[in-house]
Ligand binder design. Structure first.
Ligand code: SF4
Length: 264
């Protein structure tokens, strides 16, 4: 079986505990306005022309986004970092896109990692089939679980999908007693309304387990990709949050009783 991967990052330090190998799988059912990797949304490998300076001249070169890998090929990449994983109590993280978009492939690699005693994280939108989530949970040590907007209408507007399934899936992981870290992308003017944030924190406070929250402040890195890939860019005029503002939001979350970090 082959999967489609658009990047493998070695020595990643923000995608779970310790030093990690992060495998980015292609394909995502959401369309978040602020997405930094719009090229990850399609599950297909694609090619595009880009301009590059070669010997002082601008020339057109073809670049390919995505590559097919077998499970064994991915495992070989992960094994390159085995010593780092061991020394830092790290492991492998599957991200995307949405890793569940290629569920069978994801499940096979997760199972292989567990067979090899490798710590596994899955970074998910939560917008997944609950039965598949349950199956993957058998081989997943930690879920990095995104909560993008607590208001459903706003969630639909800014991501293209409802948050109902996402919240139900978080309840499901809670029932299963899985380790979860909440990831909250902080996007000024889009999902930082204080009453929505407080409702989200109240929801989290009603779960059986208390999960740490990571604030992922919006940044503009990746915005030039929209033009490059001919995708509509809707974030004009949205500014990155200031350090002071991020601290303020951090305090709100902390005061609600959560362990909170900034930036994963
Ligand atoms: S869930 Fe992630 S990959 Fe998918 S559109 Fe949103 S930001 Fe992009």
């Amino acid at each position: 079986m082959k999967g489609t991967i658009f990047d493998i990052k070695h020595y990643a330090i923000h995608d779970g505990p310790g030093i990690r190998t992060t495998v980015f799988l292609k394909g995502c059912p959401l369309g978040c306005w602020w997405c930094h990797n719009p090229e990850s949304r399609s599950g297909e490998v694609f090619r595009y022309q880009k301009e590059e300076k070669v010997n002082g001249k601008i020339v057109e070169v073809e670049e390919t986004i995505g590559q097919h890998y077998t499970v064994n090929q991915v495992m070989k990449e992960i094994e390159k970092d085995a010593l780092l994983h061991e020394e830092s109590m790290g492991g492998v993280t599957f991200s995307g896109g949405e890793p569940f978009f290629q569920f069978n492939f994801l499940l096979q690699i997760l199972a292989t990692c567990k067979k090899n005693d490798i710590h596994t994280c899955v970074d998910t939108t939560g917008f997944v089939d609950p039965e598949k989530l349950k199956k993957a949970a058998e081989f997943t040590d930690l879920f990095l679980f995104d909560l993008k907007h607590f208001d459903d209408n706003m969630h639909i507007k800014y991501t293209g999908v409802s948050n109902k399934k996402i919240l139900d899936n978080l309840r499901l992981l809670d029932e299963l007693g899985k380790r979860v870290e909440i990831r909250y992308p902080l996007i000024p003017g889009i999902n930082d309304d204080e009453s929505d944030l407080l409702r989200m924190l109240a929801f989290l406070n009603n779960l059986k387990n208390k999960y740490p929250v990571s604030i992922l402040p919006y940044h503009k890195i990746g915005s030039n990709k929209y033009k490059r890939f001919n995708i509509e860019y809707k974030m004009d005029g949205i500014e990155e949050p200031s350090g002071e503002y991020i601290e303020k939001v951090k305090n709100t979350i902390k005061e609600a009783g959560f362990e909170v970090t900034i930036g994963g």
